[in-house]
Design a protein around this ligand. Sequence first.
Ligand code: G6P
Length: 614
Amino acid sequence: MCGIVGYIGNSDVVEILVNGLNTLKYRGYDSAGVALFDENKIKVYKAVGKLENLKDKLSTVKSEIKNPFMGIGHIRWATHGKANEVNAHPHTSTTSDIVIVHNGIIENFKELREELIKKGCVFKSETDTEVVAHLISEEYKNTKNLKEAVKNALPQLKGAYALCIMSINEPDNIVCVRKNAPLIIGVGENENIIASDIPAIISLTSNIIYLNDDEIAVVKKDSVSIENLDGTIIPCKIVKMFVETDAISKMGYKHYMLKEIHEQPNIVRNLLNGRIIDVNSSVELPEIKISKDTLKNLSKVQIIACGTSLHAGQIGKYLIEDFAGVSVEVEPASEYIYRKNTTDENSLVIAISQSGETADTITAVKQAKGKGAYIVVITNRPDSNITRYADSVLNVNAGIEVSVAATKSYTAQLLTLYLFAIYLAEIKGENLDKLSDLKRELLSIPTKMEEILTTEGDIEKKSEQLSKYKNFVYIGRGVNLPTAMEGALKLKEISYINANAYPAGELKHGPIALLDENMPVVSVLIPGHISYDKTISNCEEAKARNAKLITVTSSNDEKLSKLFDVIIKIPEVSDILSPLLSVIPFQLLAYHISNFLGKDVDQPRNLAKSVTVE
Ligand code: G6P
């Protein structure tokens, strides 16, 4: 949610800032801006809409920009105030002596704004951010030093922030700081770069400093110095990172989403590698640092997450209850945090978050930790904020996911939940007879995923036919209900078509009133479980109301072709493992419908990949 880049050095500042923002588009994309320190002036350029609009603007003012030596840039996902040019970052103080970019939310901005107005500050925007520029400017009057001014301003702020700040009086440094929002510094040769996330810096350097909360960094061309609020000097710990250049390239695919869908078989294969060494031996999860005795005696498990990660968690409930026999509650993090829950020191709380930055999930984890619960975090970003509160971190290792709609991180989360559920069952000595077969079948999943991907052309044709509908109902039962929910979510997110998911058995209790020839019903049908026949009956009920029927199924039953208008086949798979496969056709359907309708697949309107506000 909002991306930040800062650069100081002799390279082309505009190019570095714009290229950096380009890699952070997944964090927001409703407006963008840069501030350049050029000819002893701070020049600010902003544009509403996509980053391309800012690029166009910068090219029209090229002659105004001489030789900037440093600059800061921002890409926005609006929280306070509309997405317009005035509200776009960077924001300046009244006299424009201070300029800042900000990611996060200043919760007490209204009070601060009133106080600052009384002091004579003139506000231009509706944002929470602008108060920070004025506040630092006021503090600068006393300190005459940017770092000290920032240090004095910070204790007055409530909320979350990653900030890059420049002062007109300090032409050779950018000051940056973070609290509950990510910020890293890339250390180069005679140049340094600051950013919200790794993709923005990898073309420049692989040396990174991870800034911690309330650490203030003064970044010059050839040095970085860090101290905390009380002035203690913090040694700069430079970490060499593994450069995932493939992750930020489309590798020939039209969209990141399609590339990421196709990466799933290998991600799952790599995750299985070293975890299931022999189907007759226990699953290896050395990252779980919670003692086996504790895990054996858990009273309950709670899973908290948001969005797609929540759907993975809902499947996790089936797995943990089925394999390990422990009762599991699953809840959206945003609900968990505002009710009196029963988490205690015998609870295991599993928080799932692709980004590890989702504010709702982080708040929930902090609360659960405060109640003494054991915390396992399942994330794609093991260096993220949420991992600070974890007793154990399970890295799903899906690689950087660029497309806003989650795909590969979802199947990687699912696989991690399968492994964890089996691990727990083995510790508890539950269902040992069936776990070897399950592990054997898990090993076959990557190849079956590849088989589904070979049918993409067929799914694309079907998507074209289906793209004329304005509404869809998705249904599923048991372990495939969350799959139906995820399928509906994918369609909504990237094509803006109304798609709602229901437990198949609930269709007749209300939603059936919606059905007619304009409302297709999409189902998941996996033989081998009682829910198969029951779901077919629900589809019959929908057919009787003239609904067009679409199914994703592993069944070879020829009778299905009489009932269903569109059948998307997946390889044979047991019901309990089917979510790893049945979601892929749904991802492809959503992708091709969105692409066919000409929507912006990778950056759907109103969404951001990391939602760092509650
Ligand atoms: C946002 C994204 C969703 C994502 C959700 C949870 O809403 O648009 O795609 O599923 O956040 O994100 P997380 O990073 O916590 O998994």
